[in-house]
Design a protein around this ligand. Structure first.
Ligand code: RRO
Length: 308
């Protein structure tokens, strides 16, 4: 079965790709994604200056998922801009993830990275792990101001990576902002921010930064991710392409995201845990699930979740 998809006019050879942050910081990691069956190469969110990130340990995997407080370790936007031409030779889209420590940073990075011609740009409004920097996506006015600024300098399709929302009023408020800012696609969701995982044996937190608080990912956040995909699918009546991210560990998880309205899915925790061969497994499992349920294509099942 054909798992290729199109988002904002850009064709992806597969609907399963890495989530920004997972095995996509270094040159070598990005090349490994290029050689893998990932449907795209998504870069780590980038800042102006290279960053080492927060002190370690800063990632912890557990049976239900993961917690991280990486703190934006990345090579800096100049390095990613220089790598884009090589990354584009793998025959799959390159998505540059843009972050920043203030609004001006986003604009500078967006301008230069746009000039390097990634296939798409994702604006990350939802990093939960920089001490003293609240997630922009929880501030609708700041989000609107920022998106309108970067939209002016971005000429490729522009997506927005949002944090999870937990109330329809917040979905609706952010939906209105998105509708006013020329957004071409959404990526839902970033990690569930500021969770806390406890080791009861040693009576201690499991990651060092921020007293142990960090973003949750993996299996346990799937219902939150699905809810956000579904809520925004409904707000935009199926006309806004959505990348579903959160809790995709199997082909059936990917299928659930598609039913809720996702066009593609991204993987973070399971990619870190299994490495780039996970893309082969997920493709095989997704094809098996689609066939089992009688779907002949991805389009046929997109958004088709039934309600009672
Ligand atoms: O680097 C991180 O700590 C990080 C980022 Br930028 C993000 O967007 N989401 C996340 O879970 N971790």
């Amino acid at each position: 079965m054909d798992l290729s998809i199109t988002i904002a006019g850009v064709r992806f050879p597969s609907c399963v790709m890495n989530a920004s942050g997972a095995l996509c910081v270094t040159h070598e990691e990005l090349l490994a994604l290029g050689r893998s069956r990932a449907g795209a190469i998504v870069t780590k969110s980038m800042t102006i200056e290279p960053r080492d990130g927060n002190p370690t340990p800063r990632y912890y995997g557990f049976p239900g998922g993961s917690i991280n407080s990486m703190g934006l370790p990345n090579l800096g936007y100049r390095a990613y801009a220089a790598l884009i031409p090589e990354l584009k030779t793998f025959g799959k889209p390159v998505i540059a993830s843009v972050a920043g420590l203030c609004e001006d940073d986003f604009q500078i990075i967006a301008t230069v990275i746009n000039a390097a011609k990634p296939d798409l740009i994702e604006v990350n409004l939802s990093c939960p792990n920089i001490p003293g920097k609240p997630q922009i996506g929880y501030d609708t006015e700041a989000s609107e101001r920022l998106l309108k600024r970067v939209r002016k300098v971005i000429t490729v399709p522009m997506g927005v990576k949002l944090p999870p929302y937990f109330d329809p009023a917040h979905h609706s408020a952010m939906g209105s902002v998105i509708g006013r800012c020329g957004v071409d696609f959404l990526n839902l969701i970033n990690s569930v921010g500021n969770g806390l995982v406890v080791d009861p044996e040693h009576e201690v937190v499991v990651i060092k930064p921020k007293g142990g608080f960090g973003g949750l990912g993996g299996a346990s956040i799937k219902p939150v991710a699905l809810a956000n995909v579904r809520a925004f699918w409904k707000i935009f009546e199926g006309r806004m392409p959505i990348i579903g991210t959160g809790g995709v560990v199997s082909g059936v998880d990917a299928f659930e995201h598609l039913l809720c309205g996702a066009t593609a899915v991204q993987i973070g925790t399971v990619l870190v845990e299994e490495g780039v061969n996970v893309f082969d497994r997920l493709e095989t499992e997704l094809v098996a699930q689609l066939s089992k349920k009688g779907y002949a294509s991805l389009e046929e099942c997109r958004g088709k979740l039934k309600e009672l």
